[in-house]
Each structure stands twice: as C-alpha cells, then as structure tokens.
Design a protein around this ligand. Structure first.
Ligand code: SF4
Length: 326
C-alpha cells in the first residue's frame, strides 16, 4: 500500500498544492486532501484555537483534524520566504509548532522550512529532504520535482487567465469547467483582492467570485498579474511590506487603480488578521485617489452568513451600474 500524505485544504493549499501533489504522486505516494471547508470543519477548528486567532488559522486546525485519522503523514511546510526578500506572516512561520502543540494524536508531520533567502541551492536541499521520506533515489526525487514544477507553471498560467484555483485544478485534470471568462467589453470589472485562502475558499468567502460573475461582473484578482506587474508598483510604497501575501495584495490594488481598468475594488479581509489593518487602509487610500473606483471592505469571520455578503455584493454592483449610467 502506498504512503498516504495529507494536505489540509486551506492556507498554502491555494498557492502550492499542485506543486506538492504532483511531487508526492510522482514518487508513488497517495495524496489525501481534507474535505471542503464546512460548518463542521470551522467549528472543530474554532474549538481548538484561541479566540483571537484569525479565521484562516482556526480553519487550518479544523482541516488538520479532518485528515488526522486518514493519513500516514500530514504536510505542513513552514513557509518563511520564497522570493528571497519578504517573509510570510508570522502565523505561517509557526504553523507546524502551533499545530503539534495544540492537536494531540496526529500522524507524523512533514514540516520542511522553506526559506529561499539562503540561496537557490536551498530549494534543492528542501526537495531532497522531503522526497527522501519516500525514496532515497536522488535522480527519482529530482525528476519528480521537475515534473511538479512544470505542472505548477501550467497551473499558474491558468490562474493568470482568470480561472479560480478549483477551476484551474479541474482544467489541469482534463475536466470541463462551466465558466465564461470572455465578458463583454461593457461589463463591470471588479477586483477581488485578499489572501488566496480566503478569496478562493468557496465556504469562507461564500463563493464571492462566482456570485459577482453571476451578477454580470468580470472579476480580476492578484493572481492574474505577473511578478513584473506587481514589482512595478513597489516605488509607490515608502517601504515594502514585510509579509509576502500582504505586499502582493497591496501592489495588485495599486496596479488596478493605476490602470483604471476596474469599476470597483473589494478587499476581502479576515477578522483578527493583523497585517490586514494596514493593507485595508492602503487599498482604501489608493481607491480614494481615483474618484471613479468604488471601494468596499468585506470582513469574513467564522460567523459570516451568506445572506449578509450577498446583499452587500448586490448593493455594490447596483451602485457601480448606477455610477456607469450617470
Ligand atoms: S496574513 Fe492575516 S489572515 Fe493570513 S495567517 Fe496571517 S494573520 Fe491570518
């Protein structure tokens, strides 16, 4: 029987899942993903975490519990830095420790420290460290990683085209997705900016992207921009933000405000997120500079109800349509 490796369907799942999934399966492991976020997963996570933790961290605990009895290992990388400059939010840095000290009876946790500030060779070391759990054959490990990297590039190209994470994964597997990205020239364009583990999780974001599409708006996100486009916005910040995801969200907001291609900007933020206090203000100020771009913040917490969010989205789109008319 092959080794079963569990990947919680939240946090870095929404960025790196295809890379690690391909890598592990190429090495003969079976990858088991936790179930979609549900009321049960949220409640389980809430019970295990301190009250003032942000929602995504609470959710993560729930997803790990969902995998606990189904796998031989749980993969929880300690994400420190991948671009060699910024680091991830401190909660990502301490994630494996937090999980191991909070949840009892877990299978072995694979927790490689991913800090590419130490140079390019660091990545090869990490790949070997993780791969050697499944085989000691160096060649096999590196060829699995090569495959995984190319699969991961295809995934990122689909995100750039405007597909969501789930849609991109389906397309990579040859499944059909029922989505029309070719919106009319005249349709409203709304930027939905936030951390990928919030904006793409259908439960916690109450399917916001699909709902906006259903209201006739074209949705653009941070993932649709290239690193070069994001980097171009750096000079607008007096000092680059410390945290990777936060920096990307702000720069994406600056980009869309600068090009003026959007009618509205929605910042989706998690209740209890420290970095988002700053991100929200910076985005609000950027949108305020452009009179014709409307701005709205949607704060998500474990009690967020679908009806409340839908009403706000509908009102926002109505308002954008009215502004267009006048
Ligand atoms: S960036 Fe915010 S939402 Fe994300 S893990 Fe850190 S505190 Fe939580």
């Amino acid at each position: 029987m092959s080794v079963r490796i569990g990947i919680p369907k939240t946090l870095s799942y929404y960025v790196y899942y295809p890379l690690w999934e391909k890598f592990f399966t190429e090495l003969g492991a079976e990858v088991v993903v936790s179930q979609n976020t549900s009321r049960r997963i949220v409640d389980d996570g809430v019970k295990e975490t301190v009250n003032d933790a942000c929602v995504p961290i609470k959710l993560f605990h729930g997803h790990v519990l969902n995998l606990k009895d189904k796998v031989d290992y749980i993969f929880i990388p300690r994400l420190v830095s991948v671009n060699g400059e910024q680091i991830y939010c401190p909660k990502f840095l301490g994630l494996p420790d937090m999980i191991k000290s909070t949840l009892r009876g877990l299978p072995e946790v694979i927790a490689p420290k991913i800090d590419l500030r130490k140079g390019r060779f660091e990545l090869l070391k990490i790949v070997y460290q993780v791969g050697s759990i499944l085989t000691k054959n160096l060649l096999q490990i590196y060829s699995a990683f090569k495959e995984a990297k190319s699969y991961f590039e295809d995934f990122n190209n689909l995100l750039k085209e405007g597909y969501t994470v789930e849609e991109s994964l389906k397309l990579l597997e040859g499944e059909e997705v029922n989505v029309d990205l070719g919106q009319e020239e005249s349709s409203l364009k709304v930027a939905v900016l936030g951390y990928p583990y919030i904006t793409y999780d259908p439960y916690i974001s109450v399917n916001m992207i699909q709902k906006l599409r259903g209201l006739g708006a074209e949705v653009v996100t941070t993932d649709m921009l290239t690193h070069r486009q994001l980097d171009k916005q750096k000079p607008k910040l007096k000092k680059d933000l410390f945290w990777t995801f936060s920096g990307e969200v702000v720069k994406a907001g600056y980009h869309y405000c600068e090009t003026g291609e959007i009618d509205g900007l929605i910042h989706v933020t998690a209740f209890g997120c420290g970095p988002d206090f700053m991100v929200d203000k910076l985005l609000e100020l950027a949108a305020k500079d452009k009179e014709d771009i409307a701005f709205m913040t949607l704060t998500i917490d474990e009690h967020t109800g679908e009806a409340g969010i839908v009403t706000r989205l509908e009102a926002f789109v109505d308002m954008l349509n009215l502004r267009r008319k006048h």
